[in-house]
Design a protein around this ligand. Structure first.
Ligand code: NAP
Length: 254
C-alpha cells in the first residue's frame, strides 16, 4: 500500500516555494521521493531554498521566474522540461494577500492579487499541461483557500481570486482528465505562516479563530503535506476536480 503514495522518479514544480506553505510542500513531496523544482520570482531566493532542501538529501533545483509574466513562464517551463526533466506534478502555490476596506481598495492591489493568485495559475498550468498531454500523465494541484467559499472583511479581491481558482480546478479537470491528468485543489484554512503573522499575533483574532474552528486552533503548515502527497501520487488517480479543504472543520460549522 505504501507504494500508492511513492513519488520516487517524479518531478514536482512548486511555484512560490522559497518559503511558507510551498516550501513545506516541497520538502514533504521530496521526503516521499520526488525531485523538486523550487520557484521564486528571483533566481537567488530559489537557489537558496533549493540548496537548503538538498541538505536534507532531497533532489532539488531552483528556477527563478515571475509566474505572472507569459514570456518568463514559457521560457522557464521550456528550460525545465528540456534541461532538467519532465514536470510530472505541478503545484500552483504562489499567492499574495492585500487588505483594505472594499470601497478603498486600490486598483493596483486588485491587479496584483488577480495577477499572482489567478492569472498565474492559468499561465503556468497552460504551459505545463501542454507537455503533460503529450505524455498522457500528470498531476496539477491548485492551492485554493477557505476564501474560495467564504467572504471576509477587507479581502474581497483575494476571495474573488481564490473563488476563480476553485473554478479553474473544475474547468481544467473537465478538459484534462481524458489525458490522464488529475487536476485537484487544496484549500488551506488558517495556517500559521508569514502571510498570516499579523493575524496570528492579534490576540482578538486568534480568540475568534479558536471559537470558530471546530479543531479550536491555528493549522500548522506541516499539516498540509499529507493532502499534497495524496493528490500528487497514484493514490489519487481517480480523484478529479476535487477541492480538499484542510481547515480544522471550519467550513463544516456555521
Ligand atoms: P507566503 O509565505 O507569502 O509565500 C508565497 C510565495 O509566493 C512567496 O515565496 C512569494 O515570493 C511567492 N510569489 C509571490 N509572487 C510571485 C511571483 N510573481 N512569482 C513567483 N513567486 C511569487 O504565503 P503562504 O502563506 O505560504 O501561501 C501560499 C499559498 O497558500 C498562497 O496561494 C495562499 O493564498 C495560500 N493560502 C495560505 C493560507 C495561510 O493561512 N497562510 C491560507 C489559505 C491559502 P516573494 O516572497 O519573493 O514575493
Amino acid at each position: 500500500m505504501q507504494s500508492l503514495f511513492e513519488l520516487k522518479g517524479k518531478r514536482a514544480l512548486i511555484t512560490g516555494s522559497a518559503q511558507g506553505i510551498g516550501n513545506l510542500l516541497a520538502k514533504g513531496l521530496g521526503q516521499y521521493g520526488a525531485s523538486i523544482v523550487i520557484n521564486d520570482i528571483t533566481q537567488e531566493r530559489a537557489d537558496c531554498a533549493a540548496n537548503l532542501i538538498r541538505q536534507q538529501g532531497i533532489d532539488a533545483i531552483g528556477v527563478g521566474f515571475d509566474v505572472t509574466n507569459l514570456n518568463s513562464v514559457t521560457t522557464a517551463i521550456d528550460h525545465i522540461e528540456k534541461e532538467i526533466g519532465p514536470i510530472d506534478i505541478l503545484i500552483n502555490n504562489a499567492g499574495i494577500q492585500r487588505r483594505h476596506p472594499f470601497t478603498e481598495f486600490p486598483e493596483a492591489d486588485w491587479d496584483a492579487i488577480i495577477n499572482v493568485n489567478q492569472k498565474a495559475v492559468f499561465l503556468v498550468s497552460q504551459q505545463v499541461a501542454k507537455n503533460m498531454i503529450k505524455r498522457k500523465q500528470g498531476k496539477i494541484i491548485h492551492i485554493c483557500s477557505m476564501q474560495s467559499e467564504l467572504g471576509r472583511d477587507t479581502i474581497t479581491p483575494y476571495a474573488a481570486s481564490k473563488g476563480a481558482v476553485k473554478m479553474m480546478v473544475k474547468g481544467m479537470c473537465v478538459e484534462l482528465a481524458r489525458y490522464n491528468i488529475q487536476v485537484n485543489g487544496i484549500g488551506p484554512g488558517y495556517f500559521d505562516t508569514d502571510m498570516c503573522k499579523a493575524l496570528v499575533n492579534n490576540q482578538e483574532f486568534t480568540r475568534w479563530l479558536c471559537q470558530r474552528t471546530p479543531a479550536a486552533r491555528w493549522g500548522q503548515p506541516e499539516e498540509l503535506i499529507g493532502s499534497a502527497v495524496f493528490l500528487a501520487s497514484a493514490a489519487s488517480n481517480f480523484v478529479n476536480g476535487h477541492i480538499l479543504y484542510v481547515d480544522g472543520g471550519m467550513l463544516a460549522a456555521v
